[in-house]
Design a protein around this ligand. Sequence first.
Ligand code: GLA
Length: 395
Amino acid sequence: MLQLNPNLTDLVADAAAGLRQRLHATATVTAAAPGRVNLIGEHIDYCDGFVMPFAIDRYIVIAGCANGTAEARIATALDEELAVFKVTEPQQIGTPKWSNYLRGVIQGFQDRGHHLAGFDAFIVSSVPGGAGLSSSAALECATATFLEGLLDTVLDTREKALLCQKAEHEFAHVPCGIMDQFASAFGKPNRLILIDCQTGEPNLVPFDNLDLTVLISNTMVHHELSDGGYAARRKHTEDGLAILGKASWRDVTAADVSAAWTQLGDPINRRARHVVGEIARTVAAAAALERNDFEALGPLMAASHDSLRDDFEVSCAELDIMVEIARKIGRAGGVIGARMTGGGFGGSTVTLCDASKAADVAATLAAEYAKATGLTPQIFASRPSQGAHLVAQAK
Ligand code: GLA
């Protein structure tokens, strides 16, 4: 039931083999960047809130080399179609769709005055796509790291993450916050990344207790953040802040939201209640972690899920079912807490549980979820892992 995470070394070998077979080229640069899971702090990275993700040990790997032309020729294991486009001129949105993440990142390098030359590249991934685990941020960060390798340059990590976020905004039309790209870029083994999204400060918090396991359950309900639901939520929060007459959500209290409830109107009042509540829950979770009080995370995760379901309305039936099964297993069965993770509208849940019972918890989640929905979920454990990095660079 519990899937094993594909080994990064195997992925790197697959990328090199794909490059040889599809493009008849030999890798001189190989970059890897992970997806992420968020423990708590959802839909508040674009509200100056706090978020607490970590980089998972599932990666996108890009292997490639200069090809002596002005064009990028990029292939992937997931698509027959090759992406071919000029890298020596300003980038445009084009096809195949996945190539836009690369085009956006290339544009970011051009904006910083880098002169790119043509390259061949092959992409492989162990980050489930459309599962709320930031496969797009992983692709952006892997691309940026690959280009650093090709250009023999190193960007400041924060600048790299922001460049990738801009690519997502402008080439995928998702007005995302900074969480995903920060997690993929700054990830470290055994560390959560507590990001203060007001200051843009990522704090690495130890998370190395081997008695705990983080299970990720992909509901297999596809999520598409570019279809408008995400942007609509973000707009609600911006409108809410304007009505409240505040400069930042960090200056808004629960009492402010209650006092302005009618003026805010539905659904903005409920969106506002989520933002203020989720910021407080994430601050409380960070404090609990500092004193190694993992049990305190359970109720906070539960309240986070309920708020995302009822007030922010970004959950869906399948996410609720998965969380409900975890709640029924309960503390006696090894579950500390469970909630949806990521943008929502489908995707994955995160379940914090006792390591000794993780396999049983995963088996029950899989069986009960299949019974309730007819879908076979993908369930795996993940520990905080290394963020975007170059795997090999031949000169
Ligand atoms: C997506 C976005 C993030 C964040 C989450 C919700 O993953 O890319 O910036 O807003 O949704 O927490």
